[in-house]
Design a protein around this ligand. Structure first.
Ligand SMILES: [Cu+2]
Length: 296
């Protein structure tokens, strides 16, 4: 018996994807042995779909929508309690304000994320109030549950000029897979290994620590309730100035239509930091025991 067929599945797959034709044929053969012959097709019993029920063009329409209301009180601690070992680029320069003082000064924001149905893009819009755009030094989407510092999934500085984009009070960017992989790639060395990219807590053929690299993966973490915005300023750098856990947007009078086939720019009415509703959606509960790496 040929020992080739006792290769682990992941190795077979890797070899099947390698560059040489010969190896590819071996891989195909091995995969075929794993799966066996196809079953005979059975007669369909379901009524046929209406032709309009399948429309690939609708993939670019906006589908799932999420939102967050950012507040100083979602930051898990005061800036003065920044751990001693935190490197200088994550430390504040200048006098920090307490969370109470920042709230009293009107620091707040409202963000919305609209995913296209085909998960090729995410449209992110955030209205910020009470914070000087010139003081913003980092703006991220992190993955993590409330109360913890999670790694960075998306660095908005790789998609736009933060200060210029926020000059009119609203940051608007279109996110693709490239922004997520660039964020992960920007994390260098030991520090970067802990702070950049979010690990997929799932078995993988790609390695033991596969990081989220797609907008679809970002939407999955959002659905699990483990994404948050964090806006950092020069005086609130480590924990951040305001933070907002991202939840499924409730359909409401201010929500844009989900059926629009093309992405519409946000209207002033859809982003407001002044009208948080008392009927906020309950946070989605992630499965216990998720193993996404949590570190700042
Ligand atoms: Cu951050």
């Amino acid at each position: 018996m040929n020992t080739r067929y006792f290769r682990p599945l992941w190795l077979t797959f890797a070899l099947g994807c390698s560059a040489t034709q010969q190896t590819a044929r071996e891989g195909d053969h091995a995969m075929h042995m794993q799966h066996g012959a196809p079953l005979a097709r059975t007669p369909r019993t379901a009524p046929p779909l209406a032709p309009e029920a399948l429309n690939p063009a609708l993939g670019r329409a906006v589908g799932q929508e999420y939102e967050a209301f950012l507040s100083p009180h979602q930051e898990p601690d005061e800036e003065e309690n920044t751990p001693r070992l935190v490197p200088s680029q994550f430390r504040s320069q200048g006098a920090s304000l307490s969370r109470d003082a920042r709230e009293a000064a009107g620091h707040r924001a409202h963000g919305r994320i609209r995913f296209t149905r085909d998960m090729s893009r995410a449209y992110v819009d955030v209205r910020v109030e009470g914070i000087d755009p010139g003081s913003v030094n980092m703006f991220h989407i992190h993955c993590g549950r409330p109360g913890i510092l999670g790694p960075i999934l998306l660095d908005f500085a790789l998609a736009t000029n933060l200060q210029e984009d926020l000059a009119d009070g609203v940051l608007s960017v279109e996110i693709t897979n490239a922004h997520l992989t660039a964020t992960t790639a920007a994390g260098h060395g030991l520090l970067g290994a802990f702070t950049a990219g979010c690990v997929v807590p799932s078995p993988s053929l790609g390695g033991p620590l596969t990081r989220v690299s797609t907008v679809a993966g970002m939407a999955q973490i959002a659905a699990e309730g483990e994404l948050y915005f964090n806006l950092h300023t020069v005086t609130q750098t480590y924990f951040g100035d305001i933070r907002g856990q991202i939840y499924r947007a409730e359909p409401g009078p201010e929500a844009p239509s989900a059926a629009t086939p093309t992405a519409a720019p946000p209207t002033a009415a859809t982003l407001t930091a002044t009208t948080p509703t008392a009927a906020a959606p309950a946070p989605a509960q992630a499965a216990p025991g998720a193993t996404r790496a949590h570190a700042h």
